[in-house]
Structures are given as C-alpha cells and as structure tokens.
Design a protein around this ligand. Structure first.
Ligand SMILES: [Zn+2]
Length: 433
C-alpha cells in the first residue's frame, strides 16, 4: 500500500522591520502556497506555517531611532504583512509571531535541552561597552571609521561604503550610535553552538537527499567544504528571548538560533487554537511527516545546515525533507531593496490589481533556477493578452457556444471517455474545496 505522508510546510519568517515586496513573494511565499493548494486539492494532510520574526538588533535599533517601543515597530509590520499575504490569497494555517509567549517558552526549552546535555560551549570575548548606557553595544549599535576605506560612518557589522564585513572592535574611533558615547572594551561571556561537531552527520544526511534543487545542494557543499565553526547563540541585547540560565542578565538568544524554532512554536499555537494542544507532535515528532521549508536563497544556510544541526542536537524532532530555495526576483534591472527604496511592495500592488493577476504574473516568471526580473510591462502583457485575451476568450467562447448550440443550457452528459473522466473528477474535487 502506498504510504501516506503528512506535510508540514513552512514559509520563511519575514523580519518585522519592513513591508514585504513581490520579490519575497516569488521567492518564499507563492511557491509554497501553490504547493499547499495542490496538496489540499488532493485531500492530503498538510499544514502551512509562517509568522513574523520579531527580535534582533535591527528592530531594537529602529525603535530607538524612531523613539517608539520595539512592540510598536513589530506591530506595524506584523499586521501589515499578515494582511498583505491575505490580500494575495496566500492562506497560512497560522501566521504567528516570535514575540508570543508560546515562542519564548519553546525557544527557552530548546536552549535548555541542549544546554543540559552539555552541548554548548562558553567563550569569553572582548566587546565594546558603553558606561553611559550601562550596556554592551551590539554590532549595529556602534559606528566609527572603516579600517579598510576610511569611511567615517561605518557600522559595527559592515561598511556601507566599501562593503567590508567588520566587527565592532575593528572600527577606528568607535562610538555609540544612540548616545555618541565612546565605549570601553570589556569582557563578556557567551554561549556557542558547536556546529563543527555536526559536520559529519550533516554530510551524511545531505548525501542521502534526492530531489533537492541544485542551487541549494551546491550552496551546502560550499559551506561544508569550508568547514563548519562554532557560532555564538547568545548576545548582549534587551529585545529578544532571555537566556533561561541564571547569571545571564542582559543576554538574549541570538535571533538566528531562536527564529527557526518559531516554526515549532507556531505549530503548537495552531493546535492550541484548535483545542488539540498535543497534536503538533503528530507533525514534529512523526517520521511520516515531510517537513518542507520554502525560503529565499539568502536563507539556505540556516535551513539546510544550521537548523538541521540544531534539530539533531535536540533529538526529539524530525529533520527537513526538502528545502526548496528560490533565487531572487529583481525589479526593472535592479535588486528589490528596502534600504534603496527599489521594488514593489505587496500592499501597493494589491491596492491596484487583482490577486490572481499578480499571482499569475509572478508564477509565470518565478526565479526557480536563476534570478528573474519583474517589469511592469510584463504584468500588462500577462493581464491583457494571456488572461483577458486567451483565457478570457476561451471562457467567453464556451459560454457563447452553449448559448447558440445548446439553447443556453449546459447539455446533459452522454458518455465520458476515460481520460476526461479523470479531469472531471479533479474539477469536482476542486470545486468542493
Ligand atoms: Zn569601508
């Protein structure tokens, strides 16, 4: 007998500090929505999970520069993005958020699980500390002169002038971005996840994968070849999931570690809402479930190397079955970028066009194997000649023929050839759904 799988489909958690654009949609949201619609049409057991990623320095920084609370920032983008997905007909079973209590609890449990197994490593490192603000300054909270090009407004993690990756300690004349205070160097102790310990297991696991996209596999192989290293999973910050071990005041779980656990918390929340609080285990702790992460290419390492290693370390959960990542969709010859103000926001395009027109245009030009490009002219052509001209004309002709040849009534079915029987059964199922 054919085995029946459950499908646990996730779409990348958008970061709640900007409005989503159509590049995001064609990368990580429309592909799973099409996949999930197909599974639902076939009466398969599928749940579709996403939500906002709401912690980290960028949100705390935005709240400081706008003089509002981080909660105000995340509320603004969470609800706007949730609506943008709905307006495009992308129907998650749940669109959760990592600021919810259930996520904080789940992420802390996850941390404690591997902490109690002595998997984590502690390291003490030098960091910039503002005595005026009485806190360590995370990378984005520091500005100074770039040691590579001399640009005076370089950020603690990168120089926007020459593109160099930096660490705050490399900056010349560093100062706090918030108060201008000149920081001192102090030691801080952090927890590290020993990713290198999982290298062999990951290689073996990936070797057994069939049907993965070549871009994803190549990317993974590149990372594995370079060798995996320990990664810090705590940082000195206020906004985030607190480290659940005593003596770590002012420290939170690094967002890269905590955010993917959001898929688990969101599933718990979904079934709590459905009054079946234990049913999430049927998905996350069941070898007959296929866990599929739809993402954009910038997220490959987190979903096909780091999160699987975390799941291996925890041990109670299934690993991803597939991680289909798309490339990027550019806009009229440029990258869609929030900081440069290029691209098309979903909230703007859905205000002007029907969701199916947008979905059709994006789906017919998806960046599956290489970057693709959105141009307005293309949307016009798809709408006018393909949807209105070809599909619209086909429907119109069918109706006109019915009127002229069958006296305005749908004729009775006399006999159906076998092939058409299958199509008919499929249509009936579609209508029912
Ligand atoms: Zn520079």
């Amino acid at each position: 007998m054919k085995k029946h799988f459950k499908y646990l489909v996730t779409a990348a958690l958008p970061y709640a500090n900007s409005f989503i654009h159509i590049g995001h949609i064609s990368g990580a949201y429309l592909p799973p929505d099409i996949f999930v619609r197909y599974k639902r049409l076939n009466d398969e057991d599928v749940i579709f999970i996403s939500g906002s990623d709401e912690h980290g320095t960028a949100i705390e920084m935005a709240s400081i520069s706008e003089k509002v609370t981080p909660q105000e920032i995340i509320d603004r983008y969470h609800f706007a993005n949730k609506k943008a997905f709905e307006d495009l007909g992308i129907n998650f079973d749940i669109y959760s958020r990592t600021s919810n209590k259930i996520h904080h609890d789940t992420a802390q449990e996850f941390f404690l699980n591997i902490y109690n197994k002595n998997i984590l490593v502690q390291k003490t490192e030098k960091q910039l500390f503002s005595e005026k603000e009485n806190r360590f300054l995370a990378d984005r909270f520091v500005t100074g002169t770039c040691p590579v090009c001399g640009y005076e407004e370089a950020r603690g993690d990168e120089c926007s002038n020459c593109g160099s990756n930096l660490s705050p300690l490399e900056l010349i004349n560093p100062r706090s971005k918030i108060t201008g205070d000149i920081p001192v160097i102090k030691e801080s102790t952090h927890y590290y996840f020993p990713l290198g310990d999982y290298q062999e297991k990951l290689e073996k696991w990936l070797d057994g994968k069939r049907g993965w996209k070549q871009n994803v596999m190549n990317y993974c192989k590149g990372w594995l070849k370079a060798g995996l290293r320990d990664r810090a999973i705590s940082r000195d910050l206020d906004w985030g999931v607190k480290i659940p071990v005593e003596g770590n005041d002012g420290k939170v779980i690094y967002v890269w570690f905590e955010a993917p656990i959001g898929y688990i918390s969101a599933t718990k929340e979904l079934f709590t809402e459905r009054n079946e609080p234990d049913k999430w285990k049927d998905y996350w702790m069941n070898e007959d479930t296929k866990l599929i992460h739809f993402i954009g290419k910038d997220n490959i390492v987190f979903h096909s190397i780091i999160f699987p290693a975390m799941l291996m370390a925890h041990g109670d959960y299934i690993l991803p079955d597939n991680v289909p990542a798309n490339e990027f969709m550019n806009f009229e010859g440029e990258k869609q970028s929030k900081s440069k103000g290029t691209g098309v926001l979903v909230k703007d395009i859905t205000a002007k066009f029907e969701p199916d027109v947008i979905r059709y245009t994006l789906a017919s030009n998806m960046p599956e194997n290489k970057d693709s490009e959105f141009v307005w002219k293309d949307l016009q052509v798809k709408n006018n000649s393909e949807l209105a001209g070809i599909l619209g004309n086909f429907i119109n002709r069918t109706v006109v023929f019915t009127k002229n040849k069958f006296d305005n009534r749908v004729p009775e079915i006399i006999s159906i050839p076998e092939t058409e029987d299958g199509i008919l059964a499929f249509l009936i199922r579609s209508l029912r759904n």
